[in-house]
Design a protein around this ligand. Structure first.
Ligand code: FMN
Length: 189
């Protein structure tokens, strides 16, 4: 494989096109965030990187909370819309027919149509350059009960989740393996 060397760029892929909700000063808002991920397991911590020019930036900074709502194939058009319209001009919940659902631990609505939401409380804000990184504790997780089987196992593979790769949205596809499958012993028949 011949490779061409480019200068450094934000080309990690795929990433989640997360629908991030926030609330401040009597206003609720949603923006789409691709620069997000998990940064610690115990305690569970996540981050979102937000440009200070976003309407949501001050809402999150002032309230100290936000929620990450996972995007499904049914939600992907709304996720794109929430990523191009600003809450300064548009009530995105109303315009894009997203239903507000109360969170249990934070004062910020969740998106009822999303199968899994992470309720987050900001612990650190790190200015990085174009974006500021909000590092947050994940203080609660809200999961669609139809994705949990009788043994309590979560089946996120049934949720129709979407990935974002270099400008395009994709529905997750075929399962190729399970954690540790490469070293697991074959079961005797
Ligand atoms: C797929 C996608 C991913 C995005 N990722 C980010 C991101 O990680 N950080 C960011 O600041 N803006 C990101 N944006 C842009 C914001 O979502 C967009 O500017 C939005 O309109 C801001 O809304 P607001 O002004 O209501 O806060 C993304 C947009 C899309 C469509």
């Amino acid at each position: 494989m011949a490779k061409i060397k480019w200068r450094g760029g934000a080309l990690l892929s795929p990433v989640p096109p997360a629908m991030v909700t926030c609330s401040h000063g009597g206003k609720d808002n949603v923006l789409t965030i691709a620069w997000t991920g998990i940064v610690n397991t115990i305690p569970p911590k996540t981050y979102i990187s937000v440009r200070p020019s976003r309407f949501s930036y001050n809402m999150i900074k002032e309230s100290g909370v936000f929620a990450i709502n996972l995007t499904t194939k049914e939600l992907v058009r709304s996720a794109d819309q929430c990523g191009v319209y600003t809450g300064a001009k548009v009530d995105k919940f109303a315009r894009f027919k997203l239903t507000k659902e109360p969170a249990s631990e934070i004062d910020c609505p969740l998106i009822a149509e999303s199968p899994l939401s992470l309720e987050c409380r900001v612990t650190d804000v790190i200015p990085l350059g174009s974006h500021h990184m909000f590092i947050a504790d994940i203080v609660a997780v809200d999961v669609d009960d139809s994705l949990i089987d009788e043994k309590g196992k979560l089946h996120l593979e049934r949720a129709g989740l979407v990935a974002y790769s270099h400008g395009d949205y994709f529905e997750l596809g075929k399962r190729l393996g399970t954690f540790g499958y490469s070293v697991a012993k074959k079961k005797k028949r």
